[in-house]
Ligand binder design. Structure first.
Ligand code: ADP
Ligand code: MG
Length: 256
């Protein structure tokens, strides 16, 4: 019996920056609907892995496959259309735009409305805007920001901006969602909200690839934990790998 095609697979993935090998022949499989958490010390290559998967940077060698298709030189935009989305470690908001407008801008990437149409406020644009608003509001509801839809995004707290970043990614109804340090810098109260949202996203069957330092969260949400050190996979398996001595030493920065 043949094995099912994984949602996402990286093979011999290598990325060098000058003399630094950020990723060193990494092989990983991400199963449909599963949550994988990437952990490892600073500089171990976690963000570079997400960047290679999402097309922010190109691997030096090796491959990334989405449902069996080699992404090769596929652009970030084409990857988004193929159902691959991400959030960033830091949030970017645009001055003068509301929370809802941030959601609408993100959607026009995929709904085919051209910038020119926006200038002339065509009926086609208004229709698209209505549809996009109808799609955006339940997502804002999910992340607890529906009541802030008309507020300037820049007025949101850091944690709320991260929730908005997540909402923008979710509005595209991704198959695969990569989250780079979703909890970093977020207040305890909003951390609870975020954890709840990610649980719901997981229940909806989205394949998640999460870079996160919070080990309790990682142990709680992961189907697979991948431990990276100096661009190499130290361990990959169920959350129980976190109690392995070598993994413990890697994560606590000690050698023994
Ligand atoms: P992590 O996310 O695990 O902290 P990164 O993937 O950001 O680690 O970085 C891995 C290594 O690659 C580090 O040594 C980092 O300095 C280097 N690196 C990452 N991005 C670049 C870049 N754009 N230019 C040069 N070096 C980079
Ligand atoms: Mg990083």
């Amino acid at each position: 019996m043949s094995r099912p095609v994984p949602e996402l697979e990286v093979t011999a993935l290598t990325r060098r920056f000058g003399g630094v090998t950020a990723l060193d022949a990494v092989n990983l499989t991400f199963t449909t609907g599963e949550v994988t958490c990437l952990v490892g010390p600073n500089g171990s290559g976690k963000s570079t892995l997400v960047d290679c998967v999402t097309g922010v940077t190109r691997p030096t060698s090796g491959s990334v496959r989405l449902r069996g298709a080699d992404l090769g030189r596929t652009s970030q935009r084409a990857r988004v259309r193929a159902g691959l989305r991400r959030t960033f470690q830091a949030v970017h908001t645009f001055a003068g735009l509301t929370v809802l407008e941030h959601m609408l801008i993100a959607q026009q990437e995929t709904d085919g409305v051209r910038w020119l149409a926006q200038v002339v406020r065509s009926p086609g644009l208004r229709r698209a805007e209505k549809t996009a608003t109808e799609k955006a509001m339940p997502v804002l509801e999910l992340v607890g920001l529906a009541g802030r839809a008309g507020d300037q995004a820049s007025a949101l707290s850091y944690g709320q901006q991260k929730l908005l970043g997540l909402a923008i990614a979710l509005a595209g109804e991704p198959n695969v969602l990569c989250l780079d340090e979703p909890l970093a810098g977020v207040s305890p109260r909003l951390t609870d909200v975020l954890v709840g949202v990610l649980g719901e996203v997981r229940r909806r069957g989205v394949t998640l690839l999460v870079v996160e330092h919070d080990i309790d969260f990682v142990a709680d949400i992961s189907d697979q934990v991948v431990v990276l050190a100096e661009g190499q996979v130290v361990a990959a398996g169920p959350p129980s790998v976190l109690s392995d001595d070598v993994v413990f030493a890697t994560l606590s920065g000690t050698t023994r």
